[in-house]
Design a protein around this ligand. Structure first.
Ligand SMILES: Nc1ncnc2c1ncn2[C@@H]1O[C@H](COP(=O)(O)OP(=O)(O)OP(=O)(O)O)[C@@H](O)[C@H]1O
Ligand SMILES: [Mg+2]
Length: 253
């Protein structure tokens, strides 16, 4: 299988603002936080890779670096996909509250220029097709994001990402804000889309059970380091790191 993403010896540092002020200059080194430490892994095309780790360990920082939202880093990131997309934990914040769902979903299609340009009818047809694909009624196009449930909003966010014609999705805790039954529905949807469209998904979660249901392989992260990685069954049955065993115990797995 081809590689879609390769990350090699990635290091990310955040500078705290105080380090810029003269008062703190002599303590500047202390104000630099080393957030990702020599992170290396590869992801195959069509794979669902899990990224697990406690709050603050650096998962979103890794996602941002991969998507070019965090420009300052040391190391190599190569992503063989033109249009990577992210689905966030909180679909409230990722959907423009002042626009109706139909407008939001048409937006990436309106942006297409040149040969890829679509007529209004073609855009509407694509949006309707995608709404059906993610299990939403076309009537929702006339609603605002605040009028939708959390699960419906997350479906809209997934539809919006897919309308960007992407092969690669980073889902950053996409179900953490949802009730358990809605979580299961969104997981089933992501698995269906993966099956139908062959997209690669980097699935970020702190929930080992969800990762077990979703992922082929998993990365275990602690304090900015990848402690171990491998097939989900193997890592869960024979964890190499003490930390992984603790996480599994805590999840009763
Ligand atoms: N823009 C930033 N500037 C300075 N520090 C940051 C910035 N973004 C994140 N951090 C710090 O970097 C560390 C890692 O944050 P990150 O958001 O990557 O963690 P996370 O694993 O995604 O956590 P969570 O599970 O809570 O979402 C944290 O200590 C955080 O406070
Ligand atoms: Mg995060």
């Amino acid at each position: 299988m081809d590689t879609i993403l390769s990350v090699e010896k990635l290091n990310v540092y955040y500078k705290n603002k105080e380090s810029l002020s003269a008062r703190f200059r002599q303590r500047a080194e202390k104000n630099v936080q080393h957030v990702l430490k020599d992170v290396s892994f590869v992801m195959k095309k069509g794979e669902i890779l899990g990224l697990v780790g406690e709050s603050g360990c650096g998962k979103t920082s890794l996602a941002k670096a991969i998507l070019g939202m965090q420009k300052q880093y040391d190391g190599e990131i190569s992503l063989d996909c033109p249009n990577p997309q992210m689905v966030f934990q909180d679909p409230y914040s990722s959907l423009n509250p002042s626009k109706k769902i139909g407008w939001i979903l048409e937006e990436p299609l309106r942006m297409k220029k040149g040969e890829g340009r679509l007529s209004k009818e073609a855009r509407v047809a694509k949006v309707d097709q995608m709404l059906e694909r993610v299990g939403l009624d076309a009537k929702l196009k006339d609603h605002y994001p605040t009028e939708l449930s959390g699960g419906q909003r997350q479906r809209v966010a997934i539809a919006a990402a897919l309308l960007c014609d992407t092969d690669f999705l980073i889902a950053d805790e996409p179900v953490s804000a949802l009730d358990v039954t809605i979580q299961a529905q969104i997981i089933r949807l992501l698995l269906k889309l993966h099956r139908e469209l062959g997209i690669s998904i980097l699935f970020i979660s702190h929930d080992l059970r969800v990762v077990y249901q979703m992922c082929d392989r998993v990365l275990i992260m602690k304090s900015g380091e990848i402690l171990e990685q491998g097939k989900v069954e193997e890592v869960y049955q024979h964890p190499a790191a003490e930390y992984t065993r603790l996480l599994l115990d805590a999840a009763n797995l």
